[in-house]
Design a protein around this ligand. Sequence first.
Ligand code: CTP
Length: 397
Amino acid sequence: MKGKRILIGITGGIAAYKIAFLIRLLKKQGAEVKCIMTPASSDFIPPLTIATLSENPAYVDFWNKQNGQWTNHVDLGLWPDVFIIAPLTANTLAKLANGYCDNLLTATYLSAKCPVIVSPAMDLDMYAHETTNNNLNKLASYGVHIMPAEVGELASGLVGKGRMVEPESIVKYLTDFFVTQKQFDAKTILITAGPTYEYIDPVRFIGNFSSGKMGYAIADEFLKRGAKVILITGPTNQTLVHPNLEVVSVVTAEEMFEFVRSRWVEANVGVFSAAVADYRPEQMETSKIKKKDDKITINLVKNPDILAWAGKNKTKDQFLVGFALETNNALEYGKNKLKLKNLNAIVINSLADPGAGFAADTNKISILSEDEQLLDFDLKSKADVAVDIVNFINTKQ
Ligand code: CTP
């Protein structure tokens, strides 16, 4: 925590008083702290308290009404290593989810380049409301880290989920956060994602329903942990931008193979999640096939098995993870693929599980390691599944 720059955004909830303790804990551990307060939060804790404890001005307004001095929200957004908004009220949450910038805090959120963490706090019914849930999901989809509210006694006298995470737990979260941010520093991860399309003629192809969501989520998670990522992807609608990310777009299995062959040597870890077409038309027609005969035959030939090639050409320092999407006997097929392709681990998902598979936003996986250890996970969002996969790989590094 020493030397870390932490910007705290305080909004108008009763838990705002606890931020005084949070600032003390962070300062004790050697962090630099600045705070932005929404006007409503100063009804709960005076700016003087926040300024005194943080040893910096408490930023409430865009400008100082006495002398006209302007607080530059862009500078504030560029200053921190992390921006934590706690407590986050339902009102500010709704503003952040929709891009409002009607006060210094919301404007700084839009300008911030660093990771953002939010700690929502509100009454239980507000927290349980679908709107709140949707807004939190929206923030999560923008890459904001959510510290879910805790269960306990609330200011209304009701007991339920809605309490802000305690300051000690926020400090622990931040400490872990800074550690994981560097977990894969100086490591290169090669990921294959999405489907491949195999041309029949210039306008038609053989493909599959892979959305690429899983592979992109894994890439995103590795990037968050400091890795350099080479993402070799078939055609998808996914987008991901990051200074440490190199996206190589391909169409066919042969193209994907060509790039994997030339880049595999650079990788410390390979995660091959692409749904590669096993076969391609023997010959691509150079002009559009015209509708003449009642029946036509397309001869298919086998594509290279890209993962098996990487397994065969793996050094003892490289860690290789494959995927197996099965409709039946998932574990048995997964086990065979792990051995056959010389993998260190395989992520098995079964289409028989509701919510798992290609187009869904969720997935249910098991991870089988070469030492035959099997880890089963619950149905989760693909982003959370990516966290499990990357956590698993981290234990093996
Ligand atoms: N894979 C690959 N190249 C291929 C086929 C598959 O790299 N030509 C990789 C996939 O990215 C995945 C793993 O191999 O990580 C398993 O893919 P899957 O389609 O489940 O298995 P196959 O080996 O193709 O076997 P089958 O289709 O018979 O189940």
